[in-house]
Design a protein. Structure first.
Length: 185
């Protein structure tokens, strides 16, 4: 991990601060995120935002503990992420509020792919702790998770969609001609 100590400290600090801000947003908008009438869309956004931000926090903190490294934290986080992905897909697909579920599914599936890569890198590092670029790929996965978490949190608080998926939608439909969603976004 040698070269990555400062990176893991930075990722832990950044994702920890973002988790704190997400908790503040959740406490201000509790009903919209977790209430009885909260949409599946908002529940999916909030749970994915939290999971995507907590994962790099925990992996980075474990990576900073001398002698621990990345192997076990990546395996545990990846397996947890895969289970989260399966549950989230089930919730979105079985929801009555799934008119725009494809968008939520795109993020959930993206998170699942990142989780699979975490497991693969964790297994490879278990087999060969000196795997070339293993730490760099793991670091890139953590950055991607922070990006997913920030994007989901941004839309959760009412920000305009800024993701790759929304950019493609803008290209296809035009920025101002996008089909309206059920909650007016």
């Amino acid at each position: 991990m040698g070269d990555f100590t400062a990176f893991y400290a930075a990722i832990a600090g950044a994702s920890g601060a973002l988790v704190g801000l997400l908790f503040v947003a959740a406490s201000v908008s509790r009903e919209d995120m977790f209430g009885e009438n909260a949409s599946v869309r908002n529940r999916a956004r909030s749970s994915l935002a939290l999971t995507a931000l907590v994962t790099p926090l925990i992996v980075a903190l474990f990576a900073l503990i001398p002698g621990i490294g990345l192997r076990v934290p990546l395996l545990v986080a990846g397996i947890g992420g895969i289970l989260f992905t399966a549950a989230a897909i089930r919730r979105v697909v079985s929801s009555r509020d799934s008119r725009h579920g494809w968008r939520q599914l795109a993020f959930v599936v993206g998170f699942g792919v990142i989780s699979i890569v975490e497991v693969v890198i964790g297994v490879w590092l278990q087999i060969d702790p000196n795997l070339p670029n293993g730490a760099a790929v793991a670091a890139a996965m953590l950055v991607a998770l922070v990006g997913v978490g920030v994007d989901r949190a941004w839309e959760l608080i009412g920000g305009r969609a800024t993701s790759f998926v929304s950019s493609i939608t803008d290209v296809v439909y035009g920025e101002h001609e996008r089909p309206a969603s059920p909650d007016g976004e």
